[in-house]
Design a protein around this ligand. Structure first.
Ligand SMILES: NC(=O)c1ccc[n+]([C@@H]2O[C@H](COP(=O)([O-])OP(=O)(O)OC[C@H]3O[C@@H](n4cnc5c(N)ncnc54)[C@H](O)[C@@H]3O)[C@@H](O)[C@H]2O)c1
Ligand SMILES: O=P(O)(O)OC[C@H](O)CO
Length: 336
């Protein structure tokens, strides 16, 4: 399967960066941008200054604000909009999707209300089988990849051949994709790490150091894996790029919007003030802490860090009390 014509729906940080990766891998890419002026800038100047200042996009990339024009003839459709708007966006685009196109999800979140993973939303709205949906996840901070700093990712699909085809389509000298068939594990790893990154940022904002950070990362991974295994994920996925890889990158990097958001809360800012720190961009963990908490509690899975993030982001919880609350829980075995 040689995939040449790719459409990327969403011209934010990661959509534009992944389009660059695809262009550098020799694909013909059309980006759909919500704002016509962003589409015009990408098309005419080869830049997207609002999201990726100073980055030159490959000449194989074009852009439009018209979804029908963007989707015409696409063999691969990459969905690069925020998790909580994916359903509404995809519903609007449903009739325009080429029936055979592989649908690739870049979004890292769990839908509020339905508690569905992004690939579940896509199969439901687009009416396609599981094997037509691919998830790309991993330690992929957009700005670093746009600068062509080396990194790797996972391309997960129930249909191994389609995963291989997408892997080939986005394989460049600076971006190394691996295949996997564990879609559940890859998606949960990506969604949950945003919530754990909020907690690491919060700890940094409170002035805590490396031991606290490592504790949150490790116990965050433990609660993510507990949820994943309950939902049928392969435990090994959490030791891979879409698990610990993405978790460490997001929890450690000042480029992460989720970590930055948490740090501002830790310094005593309100949720509204912290939102300003990420501008118009999305810190997915702020909403996903609620949907993941609801998903876990429905399954009887204990996720104390996620619970705590929900309390701070949505119930007026005080970050300064979190350490005592988390450490003061009942004593237990490390793996129970
Ligand atoms: N930025 C990264 O480093 C990175 C890396 C890996 C994965 N992701 C994930 O990819 C997804 C997209 O992230 P991003 O960084 O491109 O986000 P972003 O906020 O930079 O851009 C989102 C894009 O979606 C568009 N959009 C369309 N409908 C929208 C709506 N109703 N509300 C808001 N925006 C709408 C926006 O115009 C914008 O072009 C997220 O789930 C994120 O977690 C991001
Ligand atoms: O900026 P964040 O916090 O959305 O994180 C970006 C990516 O998901 C890291 O892989």
């Amino acid at each position: 399967m040689d995939l040449q014509r790719v459409t990327v729906l969403g011209a934010g940080s990661w959509g534009t960066t992944f389009a660059k990766v695809l262009g550098d891998a020799g694909r013909d890419v059309t980006i759909w941008a919500r704002r016509p002026e962003v589409a015009a800038e990408i098309r005419d100047a080869g830049t997207n200054g609002a999201y990726l200042p100073g980055v030159a996009l490959p000449s194989r990339i074009t852009a439009t604000a018209d979804p029908a024009a963007a989707l015409d003839g696409a063999e691969v459709v990459v969905l690069a909009v925020p998790s909580q708007s994916l359903r509404a966006n995809l519903t609007a685009w449903r009739g325009l999707l080429p029936p055979e196109a592989i649908l690739v999800s870049l979004a890292k979140g769990v839908e509020l209300g339905t508690l569905k993973r992004m690939s579940e939303v896509i199969t439901e709205i687009a009416g396609v089988p599981d094997g037509q949906v691919v998830v790309v996840s991993g330690p992929n901070l957009a700005k670093e990849i746009a600068q062509e700093q080396p990194s790797a990712a996972v391309v997960a699909c129930a249909d191994h051949e389609r995963a291989v085809a997408v892997q080939r389509a986005c394989f460049t000298g600076y971006f190394r994709p691996y295949t996997n068939t564990d879609v559940v594990g890859c998606e949960l790893g990506g969604a949950c790490k945003n919530v754990i990154a909020l907690s690491c940022g919060m700890a940094a904002g409170l002035g805590f150091g490396t031991n606290t950070m490592a504790t949150l990362i490790t116990r965050g991974l433990a609660e993510t894996a507990r949820l994943g295994v309950k939902l049928g994920a392969d435990p090994l996925t959490f030791a891979g790029l879409a698990g610990v890889g993405d978790l460490v990158a997001t929890c450690s990097s000042p480029l992460s919007r989720n970590r930055t958001f948490g740090e501002r809360l830790g310094r005593g800012e309100s949720v509204a003030q912290a939102q300003e720190s990420v501008g118009g961009q999305v810190a997915e963990g702020v909403k996903s802490c609620t949907s993941i908490r609801d998903l876990a509690s429905g399954l009887g899975v204990d996720m104390p860090i996620t619970d705590a993030m929900h309390r701070v982001c949505h119930e007026g919880g005080d970050p300064r009390r979190l350490g005592a609350e988390l450490l003061g829980r009942d004593r237990k075995h490390e793996w129970s």
